[in-house]
Design a protein. Structure first.
Length: 63
């Protein structure tokens, strides 16, 4: 079975765009006092949003 390079490129590009969008959403909705603190919870929020979006977007690839 050969690797579909176009599909692989699309998945990687979408993953990067989703992570960037999630970081933007996190920065937009964070409180002003939380600017340089609590990096681990922020990373959990970003990757939690990413995994939630990925489960929706990866379903058509499986079918």
């Amino acid at each position: 079975m050969a690797v579909d390079w176009f599909l692989l490129a699309v998945v990687i590009i979408i993953a990067v765009v989703l992570v960037i969008a999630n970081i933007y959403i996190l920065v937009y909705f964070q409180h002003d006092d939380d600017k340089n603190t609590a990096y681990f919870p922020k990373a959990l929020v970003v990757f939690g949003l990413f995994f939630a979006e990925a489960t929706v977007l990866l379903l058509p690839l499986d079918v």
